[in-house]
Write a protein that binds this ligand. Structure first.
Ligand code: MN
Length: 504
């Protein structure tokens, strides 16, 4: 069946790009192997496969650290299999300035100590995993907690920071009197920290990452080089695929989140850097969650599907690891064929779409139901009556420190809103004895108690009033939803507890 033709590979977040057939890559490496550098005792620091900036920077930093901690033999940095496109571009300009050696140029018997950075799993070391058995000493530096590593290290440095480079820069900083960083090193380390912390914006970022970045700037990290090499640039092929994706993406709303799915076909083999395309699409079309499926074929015309998922901070409840981790089990009939994929056989298109739909259902099942206006609102609301004088209203509003209060009649029916600025105006004009009903604003936007959070949020943002009265079908005031309630729902601020309601 078709199913055997399709393999699922999952990448998520600043994704792990899929690798091209390894045979091709291996052939290149063998051809480039110099024979003269063999037979030399050394230490080795390994990045993980598909090396990203954090693992390369961490590895170079550890090699630098070992140049003073283990000075007897040289320490080489080895990237066991493949680098991501950003790192590839950086290396094209800087490789000669870094202590990098090809995997094939090192004999296992020559290796003393091995350093592993940015992972605790042997299967992320590609062919270099075999070296671990011979090593006299294995040091692991990582920042991923909650992973079950299968490397049994002699020393483990596991720190809850945003990037592993931060841990090693802190170590180097302790030896600042002995070793100076080159501009290239400071720049690479800064790129490592920026990549894994989203330039200090990801939730996993800590003050330690910020301090390490400041230190690297002081050590001469080049802001120009960071701007040049830290930014993904779409290739012509990536741009074409992005254009197709923008045309064909299907979008749905679920519990206030905009979720998109799109299936693309490369028309040929694997295309690197599709996670950058996914990211661009998410930003350009303001999706909260986006699933991108890409079909491609190998030299034997076997079809593959790569799935990439990205989420905005609003979709924090979605766990893409969980979605992508699902096995590609039985595929049932597909009722609707997408317009995209002109180059792929229809059967592959249908199967890819079906797998994508399954992933979409999984994402949707993870999104919690939104709270309603009734869930969000404050029920104990200060109010005044239409018959109160402006002077009385002013005294009350000064006491409770509110910028506006609802005006309700004896049956709690909402008559209007009274603004503090109007109260002040009345006072200044000597009209403090006039009644509230003369001054109150009658054109008030209200919301029903069953309205969902996204509607409430949109109204609060659009009206700019900062508070929205919740009324029943008879116009009776039930409560108020405020900006603070909206912010609290987004959980951006840890200290926005109940006390924060007092903010004017
Ligand atoms: Mn990392």
């Amino acid at each position: 069946m078709l199913l055997t033709m399709l393999a699922i590979t999952a990448t998520f977040y600043v994704g792990i790009p899929l690798r091209p057939p390894s045979t091709l890559r291996a052939r290149c490496v063998i051809a480039a192997t110099p024979k003269t550098e063999l037979d030399e005792a050394c230490n080795v620091v390994l990045t993980h496969t598909n090396t990203d900036f954090d693992s390369l920077a961490g590895a170079v930093a550890l090699a630098k650290l070992w140049s003073i901690e283990r000075p007897e033999v040289p320490t080489h940095v080895v990237m066991p299999r493949g680098v991501n496109p950003l790192v590839g571009r950086f290396l094209a300009y800087h490789k000669h300035l870094l202590p990098i050696r090809g995997f094939k140029t090192i004999r296992a018997v020559d290796i003393g100590a091995i350093g592993v950075v940015d992972t605790q799993s042997a299967n992320r070391l590609g062919p270099a995993a075999a070296w671990l058995e011979n090593a006299s000493h294995v040091a692991v530096y990582d920042h991923h907690s909650c992973v079950d590593g299968d490397i049994n290290p002699t020393e483990l440095h596991l720190e809850p920071v945003g990037s592993v480079t931060t841990v090693l820069v802190e170590e180097l900083q302790k030896h600042a009197h002995k070793i100076k960083l080159s501009e290239t090193e400071a720049t690479l380390f800064a790129l490592g920290i920026r990549a894994d912390t989203g330039a200090l914006s990801f939730p996993s970022t800590t003050p330690r990452d910020g301090r390490a970045l400041v230190y690297l700037m002081e050590q001469g990290a080049s802001q120009l080089a960071i701007a040049e090499f830290g930014q993904a640039r779409l290739s012509a092929v990536q741009r074409d695929l992005l254009a197709s994706a923008m045309r064909d993406v299907q979008s749905c709303e679920h519990e206030g989140l905009k979720v998109g799915t799109v299936c693309l076909d490369t028309g040929r083999g694997f295309v690197t850097g599709m996670s950058a395309v996914c990211e661009e699409l998410l930003q350009l079309l303001s999706f909260d969650a986006l699933l991108l499926g890409i079909t491609h074929r190998n030299a034997k015309q076997q079809s593959f599907l790569s799935l990439i998922g990205r989420c905005s901070p609003r979709a924090s409840a979605v766990d893409l690891n969980d979605v992508m981790g699902q096995p590609a089990v039985a595929v049932e009939e597909v009722d609707e064929l997408p317009r995209a994929l002109p180059n792929a056989p229809p059967s592959v298109v249908a199967e890819a779409r079906s797998l994508l739909n399954r992933a979409l259902e999984h994402v949707i099942s993870q999104v919690p139901e939104q709270p309603t206006a009734e869930d969000l609102m404050t029920k104990t609301v200060f109010s005044c009556s239409p018959g109160d004088t402006m002077e009385e209203a002013m005294k009350m509003m000064n006491r409770i420190a509110k910028k506006a209060v609802p005006v309700i009649d004896d049956e709690r029916k909402l008559m209007g809103m009274l603004k503090f600025s109007d109260v002040v105006k009345a006072e200044q004009a000597g009209k403090g004895q006039q009644l509230v009903k003369v001054w109150m604003r009658r054109d008030v936007v209200t919301i029903a108690p069953e309205a969902k959070f996204d509607k409430v949020e949109q109204l609060i943002i659009d009206t700019g009033s900062g508070r929205l009265p919740v009324t029943d079908e008879n116009g009776v005031l039930l409560g108020l939803v405020t900006r603070t309630d909206v912010l609290r729902q987004h959980r951006m601020y840890g200290r926005l507890g109940r006390g924060a309601r007092r903010v004017r």
